[in-house]
Design a protein around this ligand. Sequence first.
Ligand SMILES: Cc1cc2nc3c(=O)[nH]c(=O)nc-3n(C[C@H](O)[C@H](O)[C@H](O)COP(=O)(O)O)c2cc1C
Length: 357
Amino acid sequence: MFYDFNPKKPVLFLAPMADVTNPAFRFVAHGCGADFTYSEMIHSDGFNHGDPYAKNRGFSIDGVPYGVQIVGSDSELIAKAAAGLEKMFSPAAKVIDINMGCPSPPITKTGCGAALMAQDFGAENHPASIIRRVCEMIETPVTAKIRIYNDDEKTLRLAKSLEDAGTSAITVHGRTRGQMYSGNANWEIIAKIKKELSIPVILNGDIVDEKSLQTAMDLTNCDGYMVGRAAIGNPSVFRRLKFYLENGEPANMSQTDDFSNRVDDFNRYFFFLQKYDLLPHVNIRAHAQWFTKGLPYSREMRLKINDLHKDVRIRHFSDDELAEERSALAFEISGIFAEYNEKCALEYGKIGDNASF
Ligand SMILES: Cc1cc2nc3c(=O)[nH]c(=O)nc-3n(C[C@H](O)[C@H](O)[C@H](O)COP(=O)(O)O)c2cc1C
């Protein structure tokens, strides 16, 4: 098993998120309390053709527990990519996850992500056939991340077929492909899947705080709970969830503590992006906007961040120029954080350590 699941202690997962869960973000989220993390999705076809970005996406910093996620449409090509990624990242990567739930049209249009769930049972590229083929090719455990159908019976049949095919655990995002990210996640069907399967079941969708976590636990008794959007710009959500699981009550965190953690987390994130040469691959402006949401002077900071390099027309850049531009932007953003850190410290007391790592 890729993780030591314990029925009395649910595992907190950071969801795989494209353009978010790079190695530096995973490192910070793990430091905050995420037990296990997943990489951004890596496209099987791109990887098989030597796409250089996989090496920036698929590694882990200082032993942070993680899995590498693959997205693709064809069982043979996914299995080939799995073998290559295993060679590149094993044993650090504890698991290879197959994305069967991404609903975004550029992905589904090419038969990938949630489009796999439209395949007929038994077809070569049905999710279960893919898991079977990948398990034949690699030693590393394999997991699947799915959405649900409108039809509960069909969802249960899919989950069972994945278990029979050899998946070590299954993550279920309780929304249909058509829902994209709207409406509420359906946790009732996840409870049924948990009852039906013997492998660990990880619930995903709408875990945002202690209350939603407790409600999901009471309803489903799942082995793990995966957090996506609530962690964007706010990996500190795992501090609260971890504290809650360990102590049975919410952390007594003041607003100042919360601000302070957010700023420290951003500084730490920025430091590791820089250290591992990830700045050129990250939209740092977007990340900085996410991290400042809700902070004192947030509006002022965001306007300043928005204004930086406003006239630069990135789409005309070569890769090297883009890397240089993003690094320069990142340093200026870091300066804005430091400036507001000082301003806040005067007003609210200590905010952030301005930690130098
Ligand atoms: C920006 C963004 C990127 C995402 N990228 C991926 C991805 O690469 N692979 C994947 O399986 N799901 C991806 N997802 C879906 C999340 O993993 C998760 O299933 C979804 O956000 C529901 O969980 P939540 O309600 O906690 O956000 C992405 C979601 C968002 C918001």
